[in-house]
Design a protein around this ligand. Structure first.
Ligand code: ACO
Length: 325
């Protein structure tokens, strides 16, 4: 019998501190940085974001999301045999956030590792977990996207600091006799490193370079729209399906205009796109599982629906996962 993987539970967590655009604008104004709710909403669709307290880490946020996903799947943490955390803001240089989270879950022994593909991290991690389940290396995986991007924002740069937020989303992916994940398509092109990066590193006890986020917004926008269309089409073709078969498009939540352009290119009505960027901002690797969980818990996404998850981000990386929920 063919072995497939299927999502059996979802969860998410946002840190309690919520800042509207007006709240953020007031904080930035105190530092001499000018922005407005009107500018942010018009250019990005973002209305609010959540920021974690200084002592809260990605594994803390991921842990809350993981607990919810386990409960939704009806599993105990002890039954998990693989943990993958997608993050670009891990708790430490090493060990991985996944190992730290494994210990917080009170379990030991199963493989645990981080995936670093920035905003595509969750579709990368889901694809790896799917492959490990299909080949019998795992049966019950926790796949988590968790970020504290507020730590790497330059609050003197209004072109980037208004865009991002903190949070985590998680899924339980289990071996199944019926598909689940139908197809996926991952890519990277390292020549675009410079358009979206945090160009700092740690060496000899010092931070070398600049450890804050840098972005060429217009270059990112153009690339993102093109690759999101091609990844969606490639994934559909692998599964012998068409755009008309997609019930819900759940793209990385970076910017509402990127999502609108993608839906248009795929000839999908925007009503079929799950949007949480307005309330979450861009939470990088956490954005897709956060949006998925919100859509599941609001009753929009139902058992049996066909979902297209799509990520794009620094690297440049991009990819899509098509699945039967
Ligand atoms: N508030 C007020 N004004 C601002 C702000 C701000 N926060 N940021 C920029 N401006 C000003 C600029 O200074 C500029 O002013 P000027 O004309 O006097 O020089 C003006 O607004 C226009 O700036 P642009 O950078 O040209 O604005 P643009 O329309 O390109 O929008 C944005 C910027 C929203 C970043 C856009 O390029 C974009 O959506 N890019 C996609 C990138 C993205 O979403 N990245 C997220 C991370 S990547 C990822 O997750 C895939």
């Amino acid at each position: 019998m063919t072995r497939y993987s299927r999502i059996t539970g979802t969860g998410s967590y946002l840190p309690p501190r919520r800042l509207t655009n007006a709240d953020l604008a007031a904080e930035l104004a105190a530092k001499g940085v000018e922005t407005s709710d009107e500018w942010i909403v018009e250019r990005t669709g973002i209305r609010a974001r959540h920021f974690a307290a200084p002592d809260v880490t990605s594994s803390d946020l991921g842990m809350e999301a993981a607990k919810q996903a386990l409960e939704a799947a009806g599993l105990q943490a002890s039954e998990i045999d693989l943990i993958i955390v997608a993050t670009s803001t891990p708790d430490m240089v090493f060990p991985s956030a996944a190992c730290i989270l494994q210990n917080k879950l009170g379990i030991a022994g199963c493989p645990a590792f981080d995936v670093q593909a920035v905003c595509s991290g969750f579709v990368y991690a889901l694809t790896v977990a799917d492959a490990m389940i299909k080949t019998g290396s795992a049966s019950k995986a926790l796949v988590i996207g968790a970020e504290v991007f507020s730590r790497i924002l330059d609050f003197s740069d209004r072109t980037t600091c208004v865009l991002f937020g903190d949070g985590a989303g998680a899924v339980v992916l289990e071996a199944s006799d019926t598909p689940g994940i139908l197809a996926s398509d991952l890519h990277a092109d390292g020549k675009h490193v410079g358009i979206l990066c945090v160009p700092g590193s740690v060496s000899g006890g010092q931070v070398l370079g600049d450890p804050l986020l840098k972005m060429d917004g217009q270059a990112v926008f153009k690339l993102a729209v093109g690759v999101l269309e091609s990844a969606a089409r490639a994934t559909l073709s692998k599964a012998n399906l068409t755009e008309a078969d997609i019930d819900w498009l759940i793209p990385h939540q970076a910017n509402i205009r990127i999502m609108q352009s993608t839906a248009k290119k795929l000839k999908m009505p925007f009503e079929k796109v799950i949007v949480t960027v307005d309330e979450h901002g861009n939470t990088s690797a956490a954005s897709i599982p956060l949006a998925l969980d919100a859509a599941v818990r609001s009753g929009k996404v139902k058992k049996g629906d066909t979902l297209m998850l799509e990520g794009v981000g620094g690297g440049f990386t991009w990819g899509a996962v098509l699945l039967n929920y």
